[in-house]
Design a protein around this ligand. Structure first.
Ligand SMILES: [Zn+2]
Length: 254
């Protein structure tokens, strides 16, 4: 007999693997309510929009002559391979999913897999507390780590991916707690919450920043000007060359 979760979302998926109308709105609804990190939220949104250019997708669009994975040589580098089936991602998932549920977890249709894990956190993980956030943070870090591998940057083991994800989840919990506390606690007299505010009418506020790459020593700066209606008036970005962080910040002001 088909597991309950398959039955639950079967109506979302059409015979060619696409998402049906009802299912699509369900997926958007689920993603829109996602309570994790904004960057993960954005990644989920791009996935549902079909904007992630895996080799399989690039091949389909005639951007590439092959659809295979450049890292492990798998025939098809699709979303499922990138986020779930790639050997390192698989090792990460096997750390957190119940052993008797792992095969089922790894064989779900990709978009259903995403939605089920966000909507039904009790189904697969060993520890279901916060699973929607944990799942998507692991999901995100699998993506980041794979990009690092492709560009020959820092290599992180599956244990490292897991640990980094748990740190991110802890930071998110902590930030949510502080936010809730701040909402409950009235601001003390004389103290104010630091936030960006529009300038007075007729004025333009310019916000600038500078940054420096610790490895190369190269720095850049940029800024944006906004009016009293928060409208973008102008912006700039400039490569400075080799200098300190402080000098980069000063260049932004100049
Ligand atoms: Zn691969």
């Amino acid at each position: 007999m088909m597991p309950a979760c398959h039955t639950l979302v079967a109506a979302m998926v059409t015979s060619d693997g696409g998402v049906a109308q009802g299912g699509e709105s369900q997926s958007w609804k689920t993603i829109s309510k996602y309570r994790g990190l904004p960057r993960v939220h954005m990644l989920l949104w791009l996935i549902l929009k079909g904007r992630i250019l895996t080799n399989s997708e690039r091949f389909r669009r005639h951007f590439s002559n092959e659809s295979c994975c450049g890292l492990c040589g798998a025939v098809e580098e699709d979303l499922s391979h990138v986020f779930r089936d790639f050997f390192e991602a698989r090792m990460v998932w096997s750390r957190v999913v119940k052993k008797d549920k792992l095969d089922e977890f790894l064989s779900l249709e990709f978009q259903n897999w995403l939605i089920i894990n966000i909507k039904h956190p009790q189904l697969y993980p060993i520890n279901s507390g916060n699973w929607d956030v944990v799942f998507d943070t692991l999901f995100w870090n699998n993506w980041v780590n794979r990009s690092y591998r492709l560009f020959s940057l820092d290599l992180v083991s599956s244990k490292g991916i897991y640990q980094r994800s748990m740190r991110m989840v802890a930071e998110l919990d902590c930030a949510s707690f502080v936010l809730r506390q701040n909402q409950r606690t009235p601001t003390l007299p004389g103290l104010s919450v630091a936030r960006w505010e529009t300038p007075l009418a007729g004025w333009i506020k310019v916000n600038t920043d500078g940054s420096r790459n610790a490895g190369s020593g190269l720095a850049s700066c940029g800024g944006v000007g906004s009016d009293s209606e928060s409208r973008w008036c102008f912006g700039f970005a400039k490569g400075i060359g080799s200098c300190s962080c402080f000098e980069a910040e000063l260049w932004g002001c100049v």
